[in-house]
Structure formats: structure tokens, C-alpha cells
Design a protein around this ligand. Sequence first.
Ligand code: IMP
Ligand code: MG
Length: 172
Amino acid sequence: MEKIDVLFSNEKIDERVKELANTLYEKFHDEEVVFVCTLKGAVFFACDLMKNYKGDARVEFLRVSSYEGESSTGKINLKLPLKAENINGKNVIIVEDIVDTGYTLEYIKDYVNNMHPKNLITCTLLDKKARRVVEIDPDYSGFVVDDLFVIGYGLDYNQKYRNLPYIGVVRK
Ligand code: IMP
Ligand code: MG
């Protein structure tokens, strides 16, 4: 395997994910929430977030893709849809791995909003703010990252490295 520089250790991620789970719980407490996990990248984050979430929760999965190699194509493909009955009237939390240009989050937000949730909020582990093209900000984010291509903890480079327990950058 290539040399990888660690940006966020497993411990640092755990700590931040616990904080986020508590912040979300403070917002909804006794109201049930539906975590909408976007596959595949957000799967580790969504699992850890849910394990630390103290209230009533459900989970649904959505899959979209836009990336090829290191660049977003801007064209979003819906690969696995949601069922409207699982979203309609619910408190929905979209869980993303990373917001980069913002095209994906914008697409997902519109898609979910069309199913008329009671509440819709977005929570991303990473926010690559400097790369934003669309005017959109996640409601909650774990860490802001510089304009680097990051991998690990669910994030991939051409499907590789998702299994790393930390977030890092491949050394060039
Ligand atoms: P956006 O549509 O440009 O905001 O891209 C968002 C999606 O691209 C994320 O959900 C990721 O799947 C992927 N992505 C963006 N930046 C990175 C990165 O640095 N590493 C791995 N995947 C990324
Ligand atoms: Mg993604």
C-alpha cells in the first residue's frame, strides 16, 4: 500500500462523531429521526453517528454518484432511490461523507425535500469549503478540510482505501 499521511486519527474522529451525535440529539430529543446514509462513502460515519445517538432513530440508504477519479463530474446519477413513505412527515438527517463542489448535497436535498419530510437537516463529516461551486452549506459538519483529496473511513479513491480507520492523504 502507498504511504498515507494521517489527517484525522480514529480517536479524533470518534471524539468529534460523539459530539455531533449529542448535538443532533439535543435538537430532536424525544422525536424520532431518520438518518439517510448516502452510500457508499458515508457508511462508516453514519454507523458511528447512530451508535452514539441516544434517541429513537431509523436508517435509510441512498446512493448517488458523481465522481470519477479525483474530480466531480457535476452530473449526479441516482443509483439507489429512497421510498417516499419512509421520508414523508419525518425528521430527516442526511448523512454525507464530504461536501466538495456541493452538487451532490444540493441534488440530495432537493430529492429528499420532494418527499416532504417534516424537517430536513444535513450533516457531513468533512467540508471542503474552498472547493464549493454551488451556494450550499451543510447544517452540521465534523471537520473543515483543505483542498486535498482525502481517503479512508469510508472515503475512496477509485473504490480503494475505504477500510482505513482514519482519514488521510496519499503521499505523492
Ligand atoms: P460534490 O458533489 O463535488 O460536493 O462531491 C461530493 C462527493 O464526492 C462526496 O460525497 C464524495 O463521495 C466525493 N468526494 C469529494 N471529495 C472527495 C475526497 O477528497 N475524497 C473522496 N471522495 C470525495
Ligand atoms: Mg459521497
